[in-house]
Design a protein around this ligand. Structure first.
Ligand SMILES: [Zn+2]
Length: 65
């Protein structure tokens, strides 16, 4: 009758959520061509350049920090 069907989940230790590898693995990133707003050199950036926003090549970007 009163089968001991308690949820023993609580203490089962390791949360085994295998999933959840975030997508941020450093794999080959998609690069986008852009023109550096500082030195006007053509460069590639790992994000999609937003129109109207300045894009900087690596050098200039580092300089500005
Ligand atoms: Zn530059």
């Amino acid at each position: 009758m009163e089968g001991k069907r308690f949820n023993n989940n609580r203490n089962s230790g390791r949360g085994n959520f295998g999933g959840g590898r975030n997508n941020f693995d450093r794999g080959p990133r998609e690069m986008h061509k852009a023109t550096c707003a500082e030195c006007k050199k053509e460069c590639e950036v790992p994000f999609k350049p937003t129109e109207g926003r300045d894009v900087f090549c690596r050098d200039c970007f580092n300089k500005r920090q």
